[in-house]
Unconditional design. Structure first.
Lengths: 301, 272, 379
């Protein structure tokens, strides 16, 4: 009903400024990525051709347009390295998301059941790590997981193992890193779904003959599904394109597409291939992203 | 949800142990005498002292803070406008696209955001450095601000704005004298979030920066690639300390205000 | 029929053909997409009138009020206020103020600042503002609470701040959107009379929106009963109650018995109706329907007597048995099942503490009422 009040002019400014910003710095860049992914790599600056310029005029543009090709994408399919990188990114992200859910659910559940006086503090404690640097939190695990690191020293000290476990620079370390870094993203939506649940529902279920475990699976869990979905989206989508965690904790055999892209770009300086890698990554993620946006927009209604 | 069972308590305690022990260890070993971060050799603050004379780290910190302050401020203005658009203007041409662009950066892999912005800057012929990193940070943090402010606006009683206009305030006056003061706490949280996200960012900065502009996370990253040292632990500890103190103070203030509000309401109830 | 005019004071500009309406709503329609909230509605409201828009939620009464305030623009039609067409005038340039259902107090301002807000927008000098705010605080008896924030006030106090804020600018018209909706019953009754006194004292025109018929009946000079975006009847409270113009109004206001039937005879102003279940009634009507037409006799429960014996000298007496008795303290409500099967509601005041011959369940009784106890509605 505000539409009638907001004057036309004011409404225009409020909409146009962020709209223009996002168009220029978020939407247009994607088209540039798409365009460059169809170019050929050159040893020059910028390191690709053709380069479109205003001076070319329409005819020049059309001519250069014909030089664009899908070669980079064909090349991506031809090299099993890329296919494996995509496949293992999605696999690692899926497994980590599932692990995060398993770790986060009991925490969120316990938080939601905590006395009302403790809950705000617990909530703050979950959010606090989120404010601290992602890079630092990943870095903290290096000292723990190293062969001569704190975890191995502890385990060998109490005699559980005699040989140091090799965790750092393996995919296991990447799982640990993702679960650790993204845990708050999973706990928060789960907690908010569980916290607003009416406690009398459980009592009603038990009153009608459900065991506590039965009541959990038949009442609590189904009602927390929106939180589960939101949490999984928040973990899965960024995890697929994760760079820092596989780079710092993973080994050379840990193929993840974010890292491949980074290397293609920074080490090989192959901008067209890096762009093609990004386009394919986006294509993989577009369905979950649209789904996530849909959830966001719906919860905003 | 009445009983807090031992199972619940244990899962919460273990969860928090998992979240905090790595950070705690990192902090502890920043005070290690030895150069190794895994063997305790006695208490020392020498890594902090050597940090103070490390000009490249100090320069990086200063760049990071400047980018953080400026980008958070601009992102807050843009993000608040975006939130107003999303909540208040239900129908306009291109709304679908707008809400898509406003939510997508929340989950977009940083490598993609970083790469696409870099290619834009190259296409525009911009010199990369402070300004390009700034633009990149504004772009991805404004969406977080938008989400925070949006959730506040959703519970906003619009009749308060109507009351202001009914009493003769123009839409602009209404916004600055009524709407903005009321949503200010959310706008401020949005700013703080944008600021910390900017401080933390590695990937987007690394893509969009140019020679001469190195942020602290980039500095830390390149050091980590060379090996784990207590000096990195020291820098990290300082960053963690600043954030922790800030968040704890903010939450104490919020808690105080909440208690005050409850007292006020009890007092109000007791009146005829 | 005797005059059923305003009983509160000798104030009835609407019955004077020479008086000029203060607010004229002319053929106003408001659509939200396909939904018609207000449907070609016309209404005149007079200066210093206390006017109530009464209806169930969704009947369009709030939309109409919001159009008067300027928050909504009519899709078609016009609103004229004190001779000025309000089309295109934004809310902040209209000489009307509104009191919101939620009160809409500014949470970040003190009571004083809330009341001063509108005056400041007008650019009133500071000393005059202070003076006016003081007056207003006195008017609503909140002098001691000037420095409080809204969340430090009780519901009743907040309501008074909202009122003071809305009248501080001396608007031509005060619009009130369910002003008492958030108060508990007891406070609501007190506040009704306070509002009436305030209106008299300030000499303002009040337009109130409410779904509470008692509230409308108590306070208003005239009531417009609304349904589905249309005004069904505009009249004084006694007229609305005693002479509803339609089945909807009769049913909406208070309790009612409706006997549907056919007109069998018309003798002068007397109308004979044969209703369902063979019930024969004789009623009075100033505009009697034709013989053979469908008509309904509408009689309020308190106009009906229930007696053990057949009463003498009552035009209508019907036999039945007591189906239900509801004892409410001040009165008793009977539900009597007539021999034809129809249930009739009747209420009687418990004027004495113990009736000599109390009526009981399943007792054979007579229900009776006079010819002029109700109205006849043509279908």
């Amino acid at each position: 009903m505000m539409g009638a009040i907001g004057t036309f002019f004011r409404k225009r400014i409020v909409i146009m400024v962020p709209y223009a910003w996002l168009t220029v710095f978020f939407l247009i860049p994607f088209f540039i990525v798409l365009r460059i992914s169809l170019s050929t790599s050159e040893i020059a600056m910028p390191p690709y051709s053709p380069v479109f310029s205003m001076a070319d005029g329409w005819a020049g543009w059309m001519e250069k347009f014909n030089l664009l090709s899908f070669d980079n994408f064909v090349w991506l399919t031809g090299d099993p390295l890329y296919f494996e990188a995509y496949f293992s990114s999605v696999k690692i992200a899926l497994i980590s998301t599932l692990l995060t859910l398993l770790v986060a659910y009991p925490i969120a559940y316990g938080m939601a059941k905590a006395p009302g006086t403790v809950r705000p503090t617990l909530l703050m404690l979950v959010i606090l790590p989120f404010w601290t640097s992602f890079l630092i939190r990943v870095y903290a695990w290096i000292a723990i997981l190293k062969p001569e690191g704190l975890l191995n020293e502890l385990l060998m000290g109490i005699g559980v193992i005699h040989e140091p476990l090799i965790i750092l620079n393996t995919t296991y370390a990447v799982y640990i890193g993702i679960v650790y870094s993204y845990l708050p993203f999973m706990v928060l939506p789960l907690y908010s779904a569980l916290e607003k649940m009416d406690g009398t529902l459980i009592e009603a279920a038990e009153d009608l003959g459900c065991t506590p475990v039965g009541a959990f699976w038949k009442v609590t869990f189904p009602l927390s599904i929106p939180g589960v979905i939101a949490g999984c989206m928040l973990v899965f989508i960024p995890a697929v394109g994760e760079f820092v965690i596989p780079d710092l904790l993973g080994g050379s055999e840990t193929l993840m597409i974010g890292r491949t892209l980074w290397n293609e770009f920074n080490a090989n300086h192959d901008w067209p291939v890096a762009s093609a890698v990004a386009i394919v990554l986006l294509a993989i993620l577009i369905i979950p992203i649209v789904f996530f946006q849909h959830l966001q927009a719906k919860s905003a209604e | 949800m009445q009983r807090w069972t031992p199972f619940n308590i244990v899962s919460v305690v273990l969860g928090f142990a998992f979240l905090y022990i790595p950070i705690l260890l990192l902090v502890i070993f920043s005070f290690n005498e030895s150069k190794l971060v895994t063997v305790w050799a006695g208490f020392s603050t020498k890594w902090y002292v050597s940090l103070l004379s490390n000009k490249s780290v100090l320069d990086a910190a200063w760049v990071t803070i400047r980018i953080g302050l400026v980008s958070a401020t601009i992102a807050t203005v843009l993000g608040t406008m975006a939130a107003l658009t999303l909540v208040r203007y239900r129908r306009f041409n291109g709304r679908m696209l707008f809400s898509g662009m406003a939510y997508a950066p929340l989950v977009m892999p940083e490598v993609i955001t970083g790469l696409s912005l870099l290619l834009l800057f190259v296409a525009m012929g911009m010199d990369r450095g402070f300004w390009t990193v700034l633009i990149a940070h504004i772009t991805f943090t404004m969406c977080f601000v938008a989400v925070v402010v949006q959730s506040r606006l959703l519970t906003f009683d619009e009749s308060v704005e109507e009351a202001a206009m009914d009493l003769g305030a123009s839409p602009v006056t209404t916004f600055f004298h009524v709407t903005l003061p009321i949503i200010m706490p959310a706008v401020f949280s949005g700013w703080v979030l944008a600021f910390t996200l900017s401080l933390d960012d590695l990937v987007t900065s690394a893509f969009t920066t140019g020679p001469g502009t190195t942020t602290l996370p980039m500095k830390i990253y390149s050091q980590v690639k060379l090996g784990v040292t207590p000096e990195i632990n020291a820098v990290s500890t300082i960053m963690i300390a600043i954030v922790t103190v800030g968040v704890v103070i903010a939450s104490i203030i919020t808690k105080r205000q909440e208690l005050q509000r409850q007292r006020d309401e009890r007092m109000a109830m007791a009146q005829p | 029929m005797k005059s059923l005019g305003s009983i509160r004071r000798s104030f009835a500009p609407w019955s004077d053909p020479n008086s000029i309406p203060y607010i004229s709503i002319r053929n106003v329609t408001k659509k939200f997409g396909d939904f018609v909230a207000v449907d070609n509605l016309s209404l005149d409201i007079y200066n210093r009138e206390f006017f109530a828009l009464l209806g169930a939620s969704g009947c369009g009464k709030s939309t109409l009020l919001r159009m008067l305030a300027g928050f909504e623009q009519p899709t078609s039609g016009e609103i004229v206020l004190d001779g000025q067409n309000m089309a295109g005038t934004p809310p902040y340039r209209r000489p009307v103020n509104m009191m919101f259902q939620s009160y809409a107090l500014f949470p970040h301002m003190t009571v004083e600042k809330n009341i001063a807000f509108g005056l400041k927008q007008d650019g009133m000098p500071a000393n005059e503002i202070a003076e006016r705010v003081k007056q207003m605080l006195k008017l609503v008896k909140l002098e001691k609470f000037a420095a409080r924030k809204p969340n430090q006030l009780s519901g009743g106090q907040r309501q008074r701040v909202a009122l003071a804020r809305a009248v501080a600018k001396r608007p031509k018209v005060l619009l009130l959107d369910e002003p008492l909706g958030a108060l508990d019953k007891k406070l609501r009754e007190e506040t009704q009379f306070e509002l009436m006194d305030l209106q008299q004292e300030l000499g303002l025109t009040f337009v109130i929106v409410t779904h509470d018929q008692e509230e409308a009946m108590t306070m208003a000079d005239r009531i417009a009963v609304m349904n589905a975006g249309k005004v069904i009847q505009v009249a004084t409270p006694p007229e609305i109650y005693e002479a509803p113009n339609s089945r909807f109004v009769a049913d909406f206001i208070g309790d009612v018995n409706i006997f549907d039937g056919k007109v069998t005879a018309v003798t002068g102003e007397f109308v004979d109706i044969e209703a369902e279940g063979g019930v024969k009634l004789r009623m009075v009507s100033s505009e009697p329907p034709a013989v053979g037409q469908n008509a309904a006799a509408v009689i309020r429960p308190e106009k009906i007597r229930v007696t053990g014996e057949k009463p003498a000298g009552r035009a209508n007496a019907l036999e039945g048995e007591i189906w239900d008795i509801g004892y409410l303290g001040d009165m008793t409500v009977f539900r009597v099942k007539l021999d034809g099967g129809k249930i009739v509601k009747a209420s009687s005041l418990n004027a004495v503490r113990a009736a000599e011959d109390p009526l009981t369940y399943d007792q054979k009784v007579w229900v009776s009422f006079d010819e002029n106890a109700g109205v006849v509605l043509k279908d």
